[in-house]
Design a protein around this ligand. Sequence first.
Ligand SMILES: [Cu+2]
Length: 183
Amino acid sequence: MKLFITAAFAASLLASPAPAQQMQGHQHGATPPAPGAPAATGGPTFKAGSLVIDTPWTRATPKGAQVAGGFMRITNTGAAPDKLLGGSFPLSKRFEVHEMSVIDGMMKMRPVEGGLVIPPGATVELKPGSYHVMMIDLTQPVEQGAPIKGVLKFEKAGEVSVDYAVAKIGAAAPDAAANKPKP
Ligand SMILES: [Cu+2]
């Protein structure tokens, strides 16, 4: 499998997600989350069957970039596991579900074989440096502005339409401003 990624993009994916983690832990903090449940990230949520998809976001890409990453939290409120199998994005020819792992001392990304399992009662976080969806072979740059509608495909919940807020190039976390409802 060959991925066409730029060095800059790879570097941005490898950038530490720690600041995002901290932000998510400390912002939007009016109601403390239940034990084990992550705090809401402040963006829109999308429901399908027993799944709740929280704050899908992507980031703007530099001109000529071939790929973009997409991130979100997926919570399974049901009693049975589901799987994120793939989906589609209007600005890319291909769409894959990826994981990142250290192989021979190098951080690499690869498709999640068989789909990303969302266990019952669990929240799976797709974030920079970890699981993500990857839009491959972009037909045009991803630009900030209106959210971009995409489709996620789950084994049980089926196809779900979501809106990705677009953060700036290389952002480590969703842009709070981009998630505010438009007046
Ligand atoms: Cu990837």
